[in-house]
Design a protein around this ligand. Structure first.
Ligand code: FE2
Length: 428
């Protein structure tokens, strides 16, 4: 007797009328029209069953603090950092924890069950670190929260910055972060990348750095990050987040840079909602988009994922934990409008993101965790177009969230009484 049998599901790879058998929290079999006894059988009604969403770049310590102590008037990254600096002395652990837990509730309802969050290690009090470790513990039964030691004010720029970051790792933070473009000079930025990669290699940690989150085409720390990944044998274990300067770089230089990133096995996370909001703020017109070169990196074989980065915090007042909104913005900003491009945007918030996070049980195949989301959409393209409604969310076979189908009643003479937004693209 199975624990759970889901029938008549469409999968992101296009297979339809599929059954998924679940036992002991794992997928035991996926095949069309499987008949078996189960404690619970769910008819997916032809809807899309996808592995759960993953957010590979977030700031859980700042989330839902929008308006505290004021809003970001200029909308720039730098005012956001200054505003966070004003807020930090007022932070209380219990408030941060309750805001983060509220966000995790939103995430689960949206089918987002794995989040990599940077946590500010600049303050010697370790207050954000301890608060986020507590959140990680509290949500462990339903959400994978991975923490990155993030020296927001610069690991070299801040007195004691490196010691604070090491203390965060000692306390149990998972990943080594950095912010080289915020150090005082290019040389200091490069030095920070080198020493943080060495620290990660020494401690067997993954690396995820905010890298070149600027419109300055000469901000080239991603080059150093890729070089250090190779030098230290960290291939596949290093991620460059944002990399927005690549948008503005000289094409000739990029033709040399992208192969280096691919060779070094460094992944890249773009944050489309935030990049389109924060970048280009010093431009008059035309204004640059600022997102990194997503299609070109993907074409070179680099693993590229999309992150949410911020929700209602000093940098961004919008958001609700919806990774389909992130994918939707990513495809627009990256002009990834081909069917292949749109599917790649869906993967950027699912499988690609899971690879960045090194999630071992992730994926729709036998032996993997039965952690998935049923979407009110017929395929991945439609899921992005509609920012599809989440009908059911399971983690390791356990139902965590569900919602009735979204429907609007119509009162139009001679027309149907409800509106159905699903409409598959004609094949070909
Ligand atoms: Fe960030």
């Amino acid at each position: 007797m199975l624990d759970l049998l889901i029938t008549n599901a469409t999968l992101p790879d296009g297979r339809s009328a599929m059954s998924i058998a679940v036992q002991g929290g794992k997928i035991t079999e996926i095949k069309p029209g499987l008949q078996a006894q189960a404690h619970e059988t769910v008819d997916a009604g032809g809807c899309l069953l996808a592995p759960h969403f993953c957010d590979p770049h977030f700031h859980m310590d700042a989330t839902l603090s929008y308006g505290l102590p004021r809003v970001n008037e200029s909308g720039t990254l730098l005012e956001g950092i200054a505003l966070w600096g004003e807020l930090k002395p007022m932070l209380k652990a219990e408030d941060m924890i309750s805001r983060a837990l509220a966000y995790c509730d939103w995430a689960v309802a949206r089918g987002l069950l794995a989040i990599r969050s940077h946590v500010d290690t600049s303050d010697p009090s370790m207050l954000p670190v301890e608060a986020m470790l507590e959140v990680k513990k509290r949500v462990a039964g339903y959400l994978d929260l991975q923490l990155v030691a993030f020296p927001q004010d610069g690991v070299l720029r801040t007195q004691g910055g490196l010691d604070n970051l090491k203390r965060a790792l000692d306390l149990g933070v998972d990943v080594v972060g950095g912010i080289p473009h915020f150090e005082r000079t290019m040389a200091q930025g490069a030095e920070s990348v080198k020493l943080l990669c060495e620290l990660a290699a020494e401690r067997g940690k993954l690396v995820d750095m905010h890298c070149d989150e600027t419109d300055d085409p000469l901000s080239r720390h991603i080059e150093t990050l890729a070089f250090e990944a190779q030098r230290l044998g960290l291939q596949g274990r290093v991620n460059g987040s944002h990399c927005t300067s690549m948008h503005s770089m000289d094409n000739y230089y990029v033709s040399k840079l992208i192969p280096l990133i691919a060779e070094s096995g460094v992944s890249v996370v773009a944050n489309p909602l935030i990049n389109i909001t924060l970048q280009g703020r010093h431009d008059t017109y035309p204004k640059r988009r600022g997102m990194t070169r997503v299609p070109e990196l993907m074409a070179a074989g680099v693993n590229v994922a999309f992150g949410h980065d911020c929700v209602m915090d000093p940098w961004y007042g919008m958001g609700s934990g919806d990774m389909l909104e992130v994918a939707h913005m990513g495809l627009h900003v990256g002009q990834m409008t081909s069917q292949k491009g749109i599917r790649a945007c869906f993967e950027a918030v699912t499988t690609h993101a899971s690879k960045v996070m090194h999630l071992p049980g992730y994926g729709l195949e036998a032996g993997k965790d039965a952690s998935f989301v049923l979407l009110q959409a017929t395929d991945a393209i439609e899921a992005i177009r509609l920012r599809a409604h989440r009908l059911k969310v399971w983690r390791q076979g356990r139902l965590l969230a569900q919602a009735p189908r979204a429907e609007s009643a119509l009162s139009l003479p001679g027309r149907a009484t409800s509106v159905d937004f699903t409409r598959r693209a004609a094949p070909g």
